[in-house]
Design a protein around this ligand. Structure first.
Ligand code: ZN
Length: 400
């Protein structure tokens, strides 16, 4: 791994409130130094980063990597390649696999595959209940010891409030938050916010999509309840009208909403109610995403369009805030490393620029080629993704 000297990029690090033109040195897999004019050492590769933004590595805290059990949709290898191509140095993967991530032995096997095949860091989110069936609690301490950073039953929200309350109390001594998918959204967000206040367990609401859900989260936070939330690129962009045009390709959970919901979500990002961007990358086979709407699988690929799509939806968002939502905040919510470019930290770095490009799903590394952003022009693109000092993606046309 060659040491790097990134020269003249705009360094945006929300954790240290730095937004300035600087040089950045990477050595031994870590951020070695940031300064106004750093001299190159003989063994360093010099990267001309003028005109680019250098940020702490982006973290997508909500993806579906499908392995084990649904390798026809995605694998650790293809999903993490999609991640680094999309600018992500780390992802947190959901437990709706087969078997579900409900047991330390399943988690350990997954982490062995990750060690062998992943292109970026992978943090598993374990199930709340056995088999994600909403009845029997998992052993949260054991799952945390095996690498789990959060607990979620994913698409299947725990229906029984008593089961969820019990789970929250059991998991309370652990750092890992409960992540809830809340379908149907309005009633479940209200219920979860109440459980969060009651149990004192940290809670994170996945893919908030309606103005009303956002309001109940904002109200709870103003009372000091420890709840955070995320928003997807598609809920920041499209309304349900897209279904007429795109059919099964636009099918997703929660569904695409109304323009006033989209507007409320954009406001929520700007005013700080929304803490994180997360793609809900949910790849399926072509067959599952075509034909009859009722029978089609919900969800689509997100990792390779997310960064451009957030920028398109929120063109005026200050870069410090943009990077916080993609890196610093997800790291804080999941209590994982990353989210900063402070010296001595692991060199997880995302380099991007405001250069328009057109989405071509055929070029995706992900096995899932379906996205409602197909053919769209997006204003921001990834130039390089560096994980632990190793360049895992470099845009072919970026001459550094
Ligand atoms: Zn999901």
């Amino acid at each position: 791994m060659k040491p790097l000297l990134l020269k003249g990029g705009r360094i945006v690090d929300p954790a240290t409130s730095l937004d300035s033109l600087r040089d950045l040195r990477v050595r031994d897999g870590r951020i070695a130094e940031i300064g106004e004019h750093l001299d190159a050492a003989a063994d360093e590769e010099i990267v001309d980063a003028r005109g680019t933004v250098i940020a702490p590595g982006f973290i997508d805290m909500h993806v579906h990597l499908r392995e084990p059990g649904f390798e026809e949709k995605e694998t650790i290898a293809t999903g993490t390649l999609a991640a680094v191509n999309g600018g992500f140095t780390a992802v947190a993967c959901m437990p709706n696999t087969n078997p579900a991530l409900d047991d330390p032995t399943v988690l350990s096997a997954l982490m062995q595959t990750v060690q062998r095949e992943a292109r970026c860091r992978v943090y598993p989110i374990a199930a709340i209940t056995r088999g994600r069936e909403g009845r029997e609690p998992c052993d949260y301490a054991e799952l945390t010891a095996a690498g789990a950073v959060a607990f979620s039953d994913d698409g299947d929200s725990v229906e029984d409030a008593d089961v969820l309350r019990d789970a929250a109390l059991r998991a309370r001594p652990l750092d890992a938050p409960i992540v809830d998918h809340c379908l149907p959204e309005e009633t479940l967000v209200a219920r979860d916010v109440k459980l969060c206040a009651e149990t004192g367990k940290r809670w994170h609401i996945a893919h908030v999509s309606t103005a009303a859900a956002l309001e109940s989260i904002a109200a709870a936070r103003s009372r000091g309840v420890a709840v955070t939330c995320e928003v997807t690129p598609h809920h920041l962009t499209f309304t349900g009208a897209l279904v007429k045009e795109a059919g099964a390709a636009a099918k997703v959970n929660p569904p695409l909403r109304t323009q006033s919901d989209v507007d409320a979500l954009r406001r929520g990002v700007r005013d700080g109610t929304i803490d994180a961007f997360a793609s809900d990358h949910a790849p399926h086979t072509e067959q599952e995403k075509s034909g009859d709407f009722e029978r089609a699988a919900p969800g689509f690929s997100g990792l390779e369009v997310a960064v451009g799509a957030y920028a398109a939806a929120l063109a005026d968002l200050p870069l410090l805030r943009f990077v916080a939502l993609l890196s610093t905040n997800p790291a804080r919510i999941l209590k994982i490393r990353g989210g900063t470019l402070a010296p001595k930290e692991a060199a997880d770095i995302t380099i991007f620029a405001d250069r328009p490009w057109r989405v071509d799903p055929a070029a995706f590394a992900s096995k899932g080629k379906c996205t409602p952003f197909a053919g769209r022009r997006l204003p921001r693109r990834i130039l390089a993704t560096i994980v632990g000092g190793a360049v895992r993606y470099r845009a072919p046309d970026w001459e550094a």
